[in-house]
Design a protein around this ligand. Structure first.
Ligand code: THU
Length: 137
């Protein structure tokens, strides 16, 4: 099982650090940033974007995925989630499901500003996900 190398991880962290303060979080004051690495080395970032109608909030991870897909990229190696918390933050269920659509083997790097990290494959975070195989039968 190939995991993301150190240099790429640092590059993703830097990309997430550059945008984390763009998180629009007036309600939670809980900024997050994501950096998504495509198979051919391009990076798309995302932040959480909240709304007065709380349910209309979008997570950082899905912002990054939707930016990439809308630009024509659908193959990904890794997604880093950066938080300002003590412990790394894990992607919510909806984000896991959206990531699963584009690859069960994507490395999910959960990292704090101080550098604490946990790395898991998306399939470990969302075992038995509903996907197109369930529909193609
Ligand atoms: N949030 C994310 O951006 N990603 C996640 O995976 C979990 C939650 C955001 C949504 C909201 O703006 C804030 O964190 C608190 O839930």
């Amino acid at each position: 099982m190939i995991m993301i190398d150190k240099k790429l991880k640092e590059k993703l962290k830097k990309a997430a650090q550059r945008v984390i303060d763009n998180a629009y979080v007036p309600y939670s004051n809980f900024p997050l940033a994501a950096a998504l690495l495509t198979k051919n080395g391009k990076i798309f970032t995302g932040v959480n974007i909240e709304n007065a109608a709380y349910g209309s909030t979008m997570c950082a991870e899905r912002t990054a995925v939707f930016k990439a897909v809308s630009e024509g990229y659908t193959e990904f190696q890794a997604l880093l989630i950066l938080s300002k918390t003590k412990k790394p933050v894990t992607p919510c269920g909806s984000c896991r499901q959206v990531i699963n659509e584009f690859g069960k083997e994507i490395d999910i790097i959960m990292m704090t500003i101080e550098g604490r990290e946990i790395i898991k494959k998306n399939k470990e975070l969302l075992p038995g996900a509903f996907d197109k195989d369930d529909m193609d039968q």
